[in-house]
Design a protein around this ligand. Structure first.
Ligand code: BES
Ligand code: MN
Ligand code: ZN
Length: 494
């Protein structure tokens, strides 16, 4: 999607749809006011009749307005002027986008930044979300189907008018929005791919392809033999029960101007999680193909970085393995030694995410990172705690956590901090090893983080549990592309 930011919108644009964001008080400004005047108060009369109320998320598609820049006008309600904020803006943009993709329009036009500023948001904030949502709206997964699913019409262009002094900022925000949507599409595609296709080797090949297509990215793949040499007994214990070899994928993004110590992102890449010998129930087990969505978000963030090319240094590590039960699989009771030297009693083979992540955390130490963020669909307990609204953030460095919380507010990709208090650690006591890989039945999201914390002592570390936010179940089953917006915002803020 191309973005065009100008002080004044052109009078007529071919095959366009002019979006008019309006509050429920019916007060019309800018283009809405002009169109209303040119059409004998047709818009005001819509309000008067009650056919359009301006409720937040309400839309109405209209045709044939003389004063409009395109053949279509889309009214998008913002609700109460005083109550509107980021959440309402996003709701209105999503409703408008849903309506737009159903039309053949190739260009969206809006003067919303001037005519419908939302309380507490800058023009760039509004632009970032509008551009991201419009670019994301046309996503459909069609990598497996012979006949392409009925696809919405992707917009080719977004034209925005803005205040002269802020045109530059608006353009930057718009490019960020579009690049974030591209990163989300990468993450969604990887998440949605079938687990017989999206294997650890598939992810490794993708990383190599991405590196080949850009000077800013280099990739190193560690094979199981390399992991053995490094003593990654925890990661290998997960992979042992699978015919698919594990891969530790390292992607190094270096912006043109080199910047000090890198940020490391570590993604959980369990391409299918059966639970292993501690096998999961079969209902909805198919959804465990999404157990690599942490890894997918690392690929997505890398994709966005390659498009925006900021001066940053980001290393993405993907711990990719498949958790299967077979004759070579780890048993409950097995004791393995991690790369850190600490031994682990595997009491539940379904707590495999932490086993692959702990060795990746130790591996990350060599990069002397300024911060390490791991992203993982780690616990069902996190879904119980925060549902599908917020990811959990837990870590040993409040500055890193605060930076993530700030980025989450800006990107509206919500995360919420849970504590990492010492009192929780005793749940991991083992009679036979340095620690067990599971705690008791309580506070499961926190005890999983407690386990990881034991491998992050020398790091500024934060953990994102995205078990509730990375995909949707039910009729809308599919990956969400989260937390790519959060990760990108976090990196760009730095
Ligand atoms: N991938 C799952 C976590 C998960 C489960 C995410 C359901 C989303 C929905 C993870 O590997 C797992 O199985 N965790 C166990 C840990 C337990 C054995 C301590 C869980 O949450 O039940
Ligand atoms: Mn599991
Ligand atoms: Zn898992």
């Amino acid at each position: 999607m191309d973005i065009n930011v100008t002080a004044r919108l052109p009078k007529t644009i071919e095959n366009a749809c002019q979006i008019l964001f309006v509050f429920d008080d019916g007060k019309l400004k800018g283009a809405a006011r002009k169109i209303d005047a040119a059409s004998e108060n047709a818009l005001k009369n819509l309000f008067k009749s009650g056919d359009f109320k301006g409720n937040c998320g309400e839309t109405l598609l209209l045709h044939g307005f003389a004063g409009a820049s395109g053949d279509r006008v889309l009214l998008a309600g913002l609700g109460e002027r005083q109550a509107a904020g980021l959440t309402q803006w996003i709701t209105a943009c999503q409703a408008a986008a849903k309506c737009l993709v159903e039309t053949p329009a190739t260009t969206a036009v809006s003067d919303c930044l001037v005519a419908s500023p939302v309380h507490g948001l800058s023009a760039s904030d509004q632009t970032l979300h509008l551009a991201k949502i419009l670019a994301d709206a046309a996503y459909v997964f069609s990598l497996h189907t012979l006949v392409k699913k009925k696809q919405g019409k992707a917009l080719r262009q977004l034209m925005l008018s803005g205040d002269k002094s802020s045109l530059e900022d608006i353009s930057v925000a718009a490019s960020q929005g579009v690049a974030v949507a591209a990163g989300m599409a990468t993450a969604k595609n990887l998440g949605n791919l079938a687990p017989n296709i999206c294997t650890p080797s598939y992810l490794a090949n993708l990383a190599e392809e991405m590196a080949q297509s850009s000077d800013l990215l280099t990739t190193t793949i560690l094979e199981e033999s390399d992991m053995e040499s490094l003593g990654m007994g925890a990661l290998l214990a997960v992979s042992n029960g699978s015919r698919q070899p594990a891969k530790l994928i390292v992607m190094n993004y270096q912006g043109k101007k080199r910047k000090g110590s890198p940020i490391v992102l570590i993604g959980k890449g369990i391409t299918f999680d059966t639970g292993g010998i501690s096998i999961k129930p079969s209902a909805t087990m198919d959804e465990m193909k999404f157990d690599m969505c942490g890894a997918a978000s690392v690929f997505g963030a890398m994709q966005t970085l390659l498009e925006l090319q900021p001066d940053a240094n980001v290393i993405g590590i993907v711990a990719a393995a498949e958790n299967m039960p077979d004759g070579n699989a780890a048993r409950p009771g097995d004791v393995v030694t991690s790369m850190s030297g600490q031994s682990i009693e595997i009491l539940n083979t379904d707590a495999e995410g932490r086993l692959v992540l702990c060795d990746a955390l130790t591996y990350a130490e060599q990069f002397k990172p300024s911060a390490v963020i791991d992203i993982a669909t780690l616990t069902g307990a996190c879904v119980v705690a925060l549902g599908d609204v917020a990811s959990a953030v837990i870590g040993n460095n409040q500055q890193t956590i605060d930076a993530l919380l700030t980025a989450s507010r800006k990107s509206a990709d919500h995360c919420w901090q849970l504590p990492l208090w010492e009192e929780y650690q005793q749940q991991l006591d083992s009679n036979f090893a340095d620690m067990a890989n599971i705690g008791g039945s309580k506070a499961g999201a926190i005890t999983a983080a407690c386990f990881l914390s034991r491998f992050a002592k020398s790091l500024n570390w934060a953990h994102l549990d995205i078990a509730g936010t990375a995909w949707k179940s039910g009729a809308d089953k599919g990956a969400t592309g989260r937390p790519v917006p959060l990760l990108v915002q976090y990196i760009l803020n730095k």
